[in-house]
Structures are given as structure tokens and as C-alpha cells.
Write a protein that binds this ligand. Structure first.
Ligand SMILES: [Zn+2]
Ligand SMILES: [Zn+2]
Length: 223
């Protein structure tokens, strides 16, 4: 089996949407340029947070007319959310599997099918991929996966964003120390902000928050 990693030749940035060179893809020896690598890193965090946010949606209450609380006022069927979660998990697993096969690090086997739960697969893919963005960006198949992440995220955002749901993060704000951090999502964008001091979490810190959210929120709510 040959690996599909790009060598160190200078080539056009392979990111599906690179406009670094006056609107055109720039050239890089790294598969994707540094700017695009940062975008790939945040695209990963976004789809994982999307998965968490879908996971936190309350199950629909059949016949329950209590629609007062706006957070619970979802206009979409739960099947849609569960289908999106599966698509996100499948896509993350594929990236994890492909990269682990290509990179063939000692002591790390490609995960294959052996996961006890969708959550375990998502946690493991996030942990693996978040620290190997540079390697991911050198793979020939990376642009397709990244395009898929963008597609999934924009689907989630356009659907969920209509109701502007939010999730409270289980960790204190780095600035004011209050437990008032929230991830917001609307049709246009998504962001993490403190409800007390309005600090916005910078995207380079997302991997940390995502990991904490995966560990605390998801296990607490459903195990
Ligand atoms: Zn680029
Ligand atoms: Zn704060």
C-alpha cells in the first residue's frame, strides 16, 4: 500500500477554498497553507461541537404543548438530528481511520469498526485529529473530507440556527471565572461567548473547550 501524503514539493494549497493569493490558492510545501490549516482546525472543532449540540437537543415530547422555554422550542424532527449526528460521526471516523492508516504511527491502530458508541468514536477522532492537523492537510483525500465537514456544519447551522439554540459549557470563563460560557449558533455563524463578561473564546482555544465539553457535558447528560 502506498501512502498518499504529499511530499515537500511546493504545490498549490489543496484546501477546497483557498484564496490566500489575491483570491486564488497560494503555494505551499505543506499540502495546505498555514492559514488554511488553521481553518481546517476550526472546521474540525465546529463539526464536533455541532455533534455535541445535536446530542444535547431534548427528545421531542409527543403531545407536550409546553413550548414556552425558547431553548426547547425546536421546529425540527429528532430524526433529523440523529441522522446528522451519524453523518458527522461517520465522517470523523473516516478521517481518523484514513489518517491513522496513512501515518501508521507506532502504537496507534486505525480504529476501524470497534467502538462501543458513537460518542466514543467522536471523542477518539477529535483527540486524534486535533493534534494532527498538519498531517491531515498533507493527505490527498483531505480536501474531500474538509469539504464534507463544511457541508455538514453549514447544514447544521442552517437548520439549528433558525431556532438559535445554545449550550451552556460546563467550564468557567477564562476571564471572569463564572460558569457562564455558552456556545451560540445561528444561521450565519457560531461562537462561544461568556454571558457575564462577553468575552469571546478565540478559535485557537476551541480544541480545549471542545475536549472539556465532550468529556463533561455529554457523559453527564447521557452515558
Ligand atoms: Zn490555503
Ligand atoms: Zn466571563
Amino acid at each position: 500500500m502506498t501512502t498518499t501524503a504529499k511530499g515537500s514539493a511546493i504545490e498549490m494549497c489543496a484546501h477546497p477554498d483557498c484564496k490566500r493569493d489575491n483570491g486564488k490558492p497560494t503555494h505551499t510545501p505543506d499540502g495546505m497553507c498555514q492559514g488554511c490549516q488553521r481553518r481546517v482546525a476550526s472546521a474540525l472543532e465546529r463539526v464536533v461541537l455541532d455533534w455535541v449540540q445535536l446530542h444535547q437537543l431534548p427528545a421531542p415530547n409527543k403531545g407536550d404543548k409546553m413550548r414556552g422555554a425558547k431553548v426547547k422550542d425546536y421546529g425540527h424532527p429528532a430524526e433529523w438530528a440523529s441522522d446528522m449526528m451519524t453523518q458527522i460521526a461517520t465522517c470523523l471516523r473516516a478521517a481518523h481511520d484514513n489518517l491513522a492508516s496513512s501515518v501508521a504511527e507506532q502504537g496507534h491502530k486505525p480504529p476501524g469498526e470497534g467502538y462501543p458508541s458513537e460518542r466514543a468514536a467522536v471523542v477518539s477522532a477529535h483527540t486524534y485529529l486535533a493534534t494532527r492537523i498538519d498531517k491531515l492537510c498533507r493527505q490527498d483525500w483531505a480536501p474531500d473530507i474538509i469539504a464534507e465537514w463544511h457541508g455538514l456544519h453549514s447544514k447544521v447551522r442552517s437548520q439549528l440556527g433558525l431556532t438559535r439554540p445554545r449550550i451552556a459549557l460546563p467550564t468557567p470563563c477564562p476571564d471572569c471565572d463564572m460558569r457562564t460560557l455558552t456556545r451560540y449558533i445561528d444561521v450565519q455563524r457560531d461562537w462561544i461567548e461568556c454571558g457575564n463578561c462577553q468575552t469571546q473564546i478565540r478559535s485557537e482555544h476551541y480544541p480545549l473547550w471542545t475536549r472539556m465539553v465532550l468529556e463533561e457535558l455529554v457523559t453527564e447528560a447521557h452515558s
